[in-house]
Design a protein around this ligand. Structure first.
Ligand code: IPM
Ligand code: MN
Length: 340
């Protein structure tokens, strides 16, 4: 396996080291190449993602990313110039974000019940495309637009991926989340697409919710969800809620995928660079390790993915909540459990 590694900033390198420890234990022929990208490189050289680096990344089987960001970099620079550029250039139209409440993990909900959902967030369209502009900037008459782009091609491929995932799960249920009562143009495209693609998957039951109501149900009744499909911005928001109710951002994994397999997928914990705890060895690497499991699954290494997931499940169910997390200790335990 040829893996590109972008450890990034803050706790990124700390959690990635542990992710690689676990991955190396289940994939003997792992070959890694590290890429120095992120806030530090930008501050030093002004470079975000040189074209030559992007070309090299394309030649790998997958990319493992830690975290990008630093309080010293103005908002938008690294997001647009690096993270979103990678997602767009590598056609990561599926942003896969499972949210499962593991045994032994405390949810902030009083009675969460079982939670096991798989959010399929669209990754290359919506309001993220940068289709907008500003008129009369810095005047009282400033006008700013941020137009959401939704194509039949783009919606169809992510909806199809979501149905394929739903049909392979025991509950075979798919919920579309949107705001079709207000965003009537894009909403109609999404609803019609779900209906049309859904006709090919009669075994999958389909539900629809407006994003505001869904945000409420994520908290009052998260157990109702199985697979979710939604657009880029709604998906960004509801997956943070999903992470919160399943134990927090320290456990939330994600995969940015090109479902056609043309471009390498990029796997990253949902959390950021957490500069407040960087360098202390206290970041939980579990989200990165779960992202490694998504990576293995995407590359067709299902047995190895199951080992990593089982290691995480066992570790979480046996952790002493009184003991503070030590990054390397969690990584050592998970590597031993998954590789043994
Ligand atoms: C995420 C992040 C990114 C997003 C930001 C950093 C661009 O919030 O991965 O969820 O909005 O997608
Ligand atoms: Mn987000």
């Amino acid at each position: 396996m040829r893996l590109a590694v972008i450890a990034g900033d803050g706790i990124g390198p700390e959690v990635v080291t542990e992710g690689l420890k676990v991955l190396g234990g289940v994939v003997p022929d792992l070959e890694t190449t590290e890429y120095d990208l992120g806030a530090t490189r930008w501050q030093r050289t002004g470079e975000l993602l040189p074209d030559s680096v992007l070309d090299e990344l394309r030649g790998h089987d997958a990319i493992l990313l830690g975290a990008i960001g630093d309080p010293g970099v103005p908002p938008g620079i690294l997001e647009r110039g690096l993270l979103l550029r990678l997602r767009f250039e590598l056609d990561h139209h599926v942003n896969l974000r499972p949210a499962k409440l593991y045994d032994g993990v405390r949810s902030p909900l009083a009675e969460p019940g079982p939670i096991d959902m798989l959010c399929v967030r669209e990754g290359t369209e919506g309001p993220y495309v940068g289709n907008g502009g500003v008129l009369r900037r810095d005047t009282p008459h400033e006008v700013a637009t941020e137009v959401s782009l939704n194509t039949a091609f783009g919606v169809e491929r992510v909806v199809r991926y979501a149905f394929e995932r739903a049909t392979a799960r025991p509950r075979r249920h798919l919920t579309l989340i949107h705001k079709t009562n207000v965003l009537t143009h894009a909403g109609s495209l999404w609803s019609r697409t779900v209906e049309e693609v859904g006709a090919e998957f009669p075994e999958v039951t389909v539900a629809y919710q407006h994003v505001d109501a869904a945000s409420m149900f994520f908290i009052t009744d998260p157990g109702r969800y199985d697979v979710i499909v939604t657009d880029n911005l709604f998906g960004d928001i509801v997956t943070d809620v999903a992470a919160a109710v399943t134990g927090g951002i320290g456990l939330a994994a994600s995969g940015n995928l090109d479902a056609s397999g043309t471009h390498p997928g990029m796997f990253e914990p949902v959390h950021g660079s957490a500069p407040d705890i960087a360098g202390q060895g206290v970041a939980d690497p579990t989200a990165t390790v779960l992202s490694v499991a998504l990576l293995l699954e995407h590359l067709g290494l299902g047995d190895q993915a199951r080992k990593v997931n089982a290691a995480v499940a066992f570790d979480l169910s046996t952790r002493d909540p009184q003991q503070p997390v030590r990054t390397t200790e969690v990584g050592d335990r998970l590597a031993a459990l998954a590789g043994g």
